[in-house]
Design a protein around this ligand. Structure first.
Ligand code: GLC
Ligand code: CA
Length: 547
């Protein structure tokens, strides 16, 4: 049987606003991306996941779409998009687009019509309910702060918005809405795109009695979600050779086995959030907590083992919603390069499709934002406003530190192309501050240096292409309770790999299993890894044997 191409692929995520600005307005755009396709190709990836470039008022940087079939003028025109698609294909790169259909923008024409009157033909495109006891229909809170319902003047009814009031939820219960979305998806696929990354897709089916309680308990994996996924497969996806990845907050391993089942009835793979929530707490992600390594190993290993032969994993540390991984799990000072390589090794040798987020391949770090005015992200600004200003639950300096650790803006500052003006990102003033460390951390410098993080990622990607065991081998965790080392094996027929990663800034003792003594070292960030039974600070190595 032929392997689905996306099982062998490596994906590179581009956040268009911050990738490359071609016309000096300080905002990245499609022509900028076109000018950097050679760079993406050089890294060796197969697929680009393009974050939204659709028409949008940009309240949530494009995750609030006002026209699904138009390009936002800040990013270019539809002709620019077509050229981008053609040139990317010319480089042998596939293009996966973001599909944001849990909600639209409140400026979408559908919403204008829907809100205008109870009798409007598009009323049921969105979720309208009467209030209860002088308040909203239930007590759900929105992900980006405040109640999940807003009362609308025209009719006095409330509309549901799981994220911000600018992002009204679409009503998937309504067959016409679903048909409209399917039609739009076919329109893009007919243009020749190669798949979709589906935003917040686990949220699209809501229990219709809208019970009081925590939204995060009721919204993910609603009653009809798998029906909608299978319908989308039949109506749209089954007609094309494409890849799909669902962003699925609130899914467990068991849910994933259904969403990403090997029989291809729903999606090809999903992004899980368990690994990201390990340092969460009472005030959501805003705290000083560190991820516990034993817990991280438990989560990732459970996903590796349970999905094996049943479903397919996606592998990611970073995206536009997460802080930079070297700052979160590695060391963004002295050991920045070593820890960036260690983290990459740990992830890229697992089973699944790896995702690299722009700048991750350079070991880009979190950003020294000085004050709340430096932030642009609506989630960060709203969280500050409610936790510090209104509820006074967190002191200002604490919240600034938490934002510095976890804000989504840490990964949204401009890409570092070179050490010159604005990191080579733009001739104008960038829409968000630059990370000042671009002077030393940038693509130009790393592309010409053999030991760079960029060179290391290239090597990792090449190894995956050469060795079937990385795609197909089974996985076994060693030393599950060790708080310093992440060690696992992969095996396929006569071959075996041993992956050893030191997650600490100290030397750690590690006894190589006997069968690996004298084994070939496939890749490492050390000259002589595990020499004398010691793995240096943030050291990593992959050993290979063939029996
Ligand atoms: C997803 C996106 C995020 C966005 C949210 C609402 O989580 O990745 O950036 O803010 O959905 O669309
Ligand atoms: Ca621009």
């Amino acid at each position: 049987m032929k392997t689905e191409w996306w099982k062998r692929a490596v994906v590179y995520q581009i956040y268009p606003r911050s990738f490359c600005d071609s016309n000096g307005d300080g905002i990245g755009d499609l022509n900028g991306i076109i000018s950097k396709l050679g760079y993406v190709k050089e890294l060796g990836v197969d697929v680009i996941w393009l974050s939204p470039v659709y028409q949008s008022p940009m309240r949530d940087n494009g995750y609030d779409i006002s026209d699904y079939r138009a390009i936002n003028p800040e990013f270019g025109t539809m002709e620019d998009f077509d050229r981008f698609l053609e040139q990317a294909h010319g480089f042998g790169l596939k293009i996966v687009m973001d599909l944001v259909v849990n909600h639209s923008s409140d400026e979408h024409l559908w919403f204008a019509e829907s809100r205008s009157a109870r009798e409007s033909a598009k009323r049921d495109y969105y979720i309208w309910r009467d209030g209860k006891n002088g308040g909203p229909p239930n007590n759900w809170k929105a992900w980006f702060g405040g109640p999940a319902w807003t009362q609308d003047k025209a009719t006095g009814q409330y509309y549901l918005h799981c994220f911000s009031p600018y992002q009204p939820d679409l009503n998937w219960e309504y067959p016409e809405l679903r048909a409209e979305i399917h039609d739009m998806m076919r329109w893009w696929l007919d243009k020749g795109i190669d798949g979709f990354r589906m935003d917040a897709i686990s949220f699209i089916s809501k229990p219709q009695d809208f019970p009081d309680g925590e939204a995060k308990q009721y919204v993910p994996n609603g009653p009809r979600i798998h029906e909608y996924m299978r319908e989308m497969r039949t109506e749209v996806l089954s007609r094309y050779d494409v890849m799909t990845v669902g962003e699925t907050g609130g899914v467990t391993v068991d849910d994933a086995i259904q969403y990403a089942a090997s029989d291809g009835s729903e999606l090809d793979m999903i992004f899980q959030f368990e690994q990201q929530e390990l340092d969460g707490g009472e005030t959501f992600k805003w705290n000083d907590r560190k991820i516990n390594l034993a817990e991280l190993k438990e989560v990732l290993s459970r996903w590796q083992n349970r999905l094996f032969n049943r479903a397919w994993n996606s592998l990611y540390w970073c995206n536009h919603d997460q802080p930079r991984i070297v700052s979160r799990l590695g060391d963004d000072g002295e050991y920045r390069e070593k820890s960036a390589k260690m983290l990459a090794t740990c992830l890229h040798f697992m089973q699944g499709t790896p995702y690299v987020y722009q700048g991750e391949e350079l070991g880009m770090t979190n950003v020294p934002f000085a004050d709340i005015d430096d932030y642009r992200d609506l989630e960060s600004i709203n969280a500050y406003e409610s936790l510090v200003v209104q509820e006074k639950r967190i002191a200002k300096e604490d919240m600034l530190r938490y934002l510095g650790r976890k804000s989504r803006d840490n990964s949204r500052t401009p890409m570092h192309w070179n050490g010159g003006t604005n990191a080579g990102f733009s001739d104008g003033k960038p829409w968000i501050m630059l990370n000042p460390n671009y002077v030393t951390i940038n693509a130009e410098e790393q592309m010409q240096r053999a030991g760079s993080v960029f060179a290391y990622y290239k090597n990792l990607i090449q190894l995956r292409k050469k060795m079937d065991i990385i795609t197909f081998g089974d996985y076994q965790l060693l030393l599950p309770n060790d708080q310093h080392l992440f060690v696992y094996t992969r095996s396929l027929l006569q071959e075996e790999l041993l992956v050893v990663c030191n997650f600490t800034p100290n030397e750690q003792n590690f006894a190589l299993p006997e069968r690996f003594c004298g084994a070939q070292v496939l890749i490492s960030n050390e000259e002589d890894p595990v020499y004398g039974g010691v793995l240096k600070a943030f050291g990593t190595a992959v050993f290979y044997i063939k029996k």
